[in-house]
Design a protein around this ligand. Sequence first.
Ligand code: GTP
Ligand code: MG
Length: 201
Amino acid sequence: MKVLAAEMIAAAARRDQFPPCEHPEIAFLGRSNVGKSSLLNRLAGRRKLARTSGTPGKTRLVHWYAVHRPDDDICFVDLPGYGYAKVSQAERRSWRGLVESYLEGRDALRAAVLLQDIRRDPSDDETLLIDWLRERGIRVILAVTKSDKLKPMRRAARAKEIRGAVDLPAADVVVTSAEKSWGIDELWQAIDAPGDEVSDV
Ligand code: GTP
Ligand code: MG
């Protein structure tokens, strides 16, 4: 996928700071440190678009990035990560409020890319989130991240286990590595696919 240019357009801590919808939006969400910002950078082909960090919980705001392509523009929305242990109850509630208010009320939202570390099993956090999103008619793409951390045999076995643990079409589960740039074209294809109509489920 050719990306002509990409830039951050907004950051928000509250709903009233959300920018107007200018392009179709793809949201990135998942556990803190799972690799959301890194994968988004890889897709955009811009190393330093979204800030990445070895310190979990770095991205606390919702960030919007416009990605300009030859035929259209799209917006990547980097949502703050969940499940970081050193976070207070109050912060958890505020995360939930912020993320839910984005996901529930955004007309421009086309799909959510949920990220899952290849070395972990999807937990209730992920399976409940998948159900929650699909109940609201939001298409879910599962990006399995950091696949470079495993040897090929183990990688294939883990990918199969993760596919078996989630109720998603095969093309919507993509094994990736932001580090090695694996699975990036497949992820773009999943993002651009029209997807099954889930609104009447
Ligand atoms: P928060 O914003 O804190 O929720 O984290 P995030 O999900 O945006 O993760 P981020 O992209 O900042 O990456 C977290 C750490 O994982 C960084 O140290 C990255 O270098 C590393 N990382 C991300 N993707 C990969 C990958 O594909 N392979 C490897 N080996 N490391 C990765
Ligand atoms: Mg991040």
